[in-house]
Write a protein that binds this ligand. Structure first.
Ligand code: X2X
Length: 339
């Protein structure tokens, strides 16, 4: 080796030694899974999380967004398993899609548990949220922050729905655990499980008559243009989103970088909740106006009409409360009563 080469090698050694030891194991890219893309608040949250992480880690952690749950071929109910197995490094996932593997996440899908946004917040920001994060940790993923998909409203191509009897025989596309199928069956409908990837085609062709999703999804996916002209605001369930990292990936980062990823998730999560509620919550009903302008008949339920849906689904609620765990459900009910 000549003198120049020796000096260059020594300089390279010094540079390597000056980097945090772990940084040498960092990958060029980390894969972030979401169901919805950047036309939706959910996908935007993924983009934002990635950008904030890049900024806060000075580019040491480079995250690429894979929307459409493409890392599991669009099969969103397999996402949680793929995070555990390491096919997915990070995810922003709906409680619905992970509920087949984490039964406690069915909590948010108990029909009519959460009457309003304060009720969602009372769970995610309180003891219940902490307990659910502890459960996820035991399942070997690292939960960092809450986001929101939203209250799921029901639409269909056939008729206005104000009572369970109106749902009789209508084919609804649903996703998630059997709790959803049981809820719609109890209401007299004809539900079928299908991933989001297949839903728009099934609605277009008339293979199914209806679906249930938050209004932000209804508008961004332009469901009114594929025949979904009847919308019932019943707020029967809401799905929060959870920001997580695979446990081994998390362990491979320096403590300072982990903290940066956590802070980025908290910030992106907060912005995501605001975006998911924009034009929908409180006095701001811009989104509803837009939907009506698109020729959709929007039906709000009276208290008595809503009670009929609550009553019809109560046996499903009680059955699933046992499966989720009575103490957790009681804790959630108490937090909501106190909100
Ligand atoms: O598939 C759906 O309905 C969606 C996009 O809302 C979820 O991933 C739960």
């Amino acid at each position: 080796m000549n003198r120049r080469k020796i000096l260059a090698a020594a300089a390279a050694c010094m540079l390597a030694a000056s980097l945090p030891a772990m940084a040498q194991n960092y990958r060029a890219e980390y894969r972030l899974s979401t169901v919805l893309g950047t036309a939706f608040p959910w996908g935007q949250a993924g983009e934002r999380w990635a950008a904030l992480v890049k900024e806060k880690t000075q580019g040491r952690i480079n995250i690429k967004l894979y929307p459409g749950t493409s890392l599991v071929g669009g099969d969103q109910t397999r996402e949680f398993t793929a995070i555990r197995q390491g096919t997915i490094d990070l995810a922003i996932g709906s409680t619905i899609n992970w509920s087949p593997q984490v039964k406690e996440l069915n909590l948010f899908a108990l029909p009519f548990l959460m009457p309003d946004y304060k009720a969602i917040d009372a769970l995610t920001h309180g003891e219940v949220g902490k307990e659910l994060f502890a459960i996820l940790e035991k399942r070997e993923v690292v939960p960092l922050a809450w986001g929101e998909n939203g209250f799921r409203e029901m639409s269909n191509s056939k008729k206005d729905i104000t009572a369970p009897a109106d749902m009789k025989g209508l084919k609804f596309r649903l996703v998630g655990s059997p709790l959803f199928l049981e809820t719609f069956t109890a209401l007299g409908a004809n539900p079928t499980q299908m991933s989001w990837a297949d839903t728009q085609a099934a609605l277009s062709s008339g293979a199914v008559d209806g679906q249930e999703n938050p209004l932000s999804v209804f508008t961004a996916a332009k469901l009114a243009t594929i025949g979904q002209k009847h919308l019932t605001l019943w707020h029967y369930v809401a799905d929060p989103l959870i920001f997580v990292v695979n446990k081994d990936v998390w362990a491979s980062w320096t403590p300072a970088d982990r903290e940066a990823v956590r802070q980025a998730a908290l910030q992106a999560g907060q912005e995501n909740v605001a975006a998911a509620r924009k034009g929908i919550a409180g006095s701001d009903n811009e989104v509803l106006k837009q939907i009506e302008a698109g020729g959709v008949k929007v039906t709000s339920l009276t208290g008595a009409q809503r009670d009929a849906f609550v009553k019809a689904t109560r046996p499903v609620y009680e059955k699933w409360a046992r499966s989720i765990g009575e103490p957790l459900v009681k804790k959630a009910e108490a937090a909501i009563a106190k909100r």
